[in-house]
Design a binder for this molecule. Structure first.
Ligand SMILES: Nc1ncnc2c1ncn2[C@@H]1O[C@H](COP(=O)(O)OP(=O)(O)OP(=O)(O)O)[C@@H](O)[C@H]1O
Ligand SMILES: [Mg+2]
Length: 243
């Protein structure tokens, strides 16, 4: 089933007389449970497009549908609710709250949804275990490695059981071995939970692991290819989809 549809989105940045194309006339659809990467050189529009799809920014023109509903003209509080309930975000720099522990950072995403505190904590601990951080719940971000911090960010994105996780260059601040392990985690979570992933990357080793590759140039999609033999396809077959 189709999760998200973008129809002819454009976002043009204006700085005085200058005009920069963020994305232009871009259409795209993401199915439930997809695993896709946005590739393209610096300045090609990856961040702009992710921000539009994640309702963090509004397009100048075009429409966006989420689970069949036109969400283009929702007011800010409805957009915020949709983001909290249906989406998870992972950014290049983890954006964790430095004074909160790993567990509190993850639980915070649920507190915002006004769930009972006990449930927030239980679910946060479970999410941290799922990303391989059992035993580190009480550490603050400053006492974790870069890879561990990104895992906390993934746990935070995941804890609300979103339909879609949007990740902008999630591996960019990591060394290549750590980046590969984070990708392994994405692949595992994707096959065990069926959550859709859309992440941007310009690292070819990361890009080649995605089943679907969407390539941007100058704010436009220049290719959109789904490979049958990508690692995601092989792994989901091999793991038996344990949940
Ligand atoms: N806040 C902004 N104000 C003005 N122009 C912007 C702004 N954000 C992005 N742009 C411009 O929009 C275009 C697309 O930028 P975007 O950040 O989406 O690219 P990107 O593919 O994410 O690049 P990178 O790989 O470097 O992160 C670029 O030309 C950029 O200069
Ligand atoms: Mg970017």
């Amino acid at each position: 089933m189709t999760l998200l549809v973008a129809e002819r989105l454009s976002r043009i940045y204006r700085l005085g007389d200058e005009r920069a194309v963020g994305v232009e006339d871009t259409s795209l659809s993401i199915d439930q449970g997809e695993f896709a990467v946005l590739a393209g050189p610096s300045g090609s529009g990856k961040t702009t497009l992710l921000n539009l799809l994640g309702l963090l920014d509004t397009p100048d023109s075009g429409r966006l549908f989420f689970e069949g509903r036109d969400v283009s003209s929702l007011d800010e509080s409805s957009r915020a609710r949709l983001r909290r309930e249906k989406m998870g975000f992972v950014f290049q720099a983890h954006q964790l709250i430095p004074v909160l522990s790993a567990e509190e950072n993850v639980a915070f995403a649920l507190w915002l949804r006004e769930l009972p505190e006990q449930e927030c904590c239980v679910r946060a601990r479970r999410a941290l275990r799922d990303v391989g951080l059992e035993g580190l719940e009480t550490r603050r971000p400053g006492a974790l490695s870069g890879g561990q911090r990104q895992r906390v960010a993934v746990a935070r994105a995941l804890v609300g059981e979103p339909a879609l996780i949007l990740a902008d260059e999630p591996t960019a601040s990591l060394d290549s071995a750590t980046a590969e392990r984070l990708l392994d985690l994405f692949v595992d979570l994707h096959s065990s939970r069926g959550v859709a992933f859309l992440f941007s990357s310009h690292d070819p080793r990361i890009v080649e692991r995605a089943r679907r590759r969407i390539e941007l140039r100058d704010g436009r999609i220049v290719s959109d290819v789904t490979a049958v033999t990508a690692v995601t396809a092989i792994k989901s077959g091999a793991s038996g989809g344990a949940s």
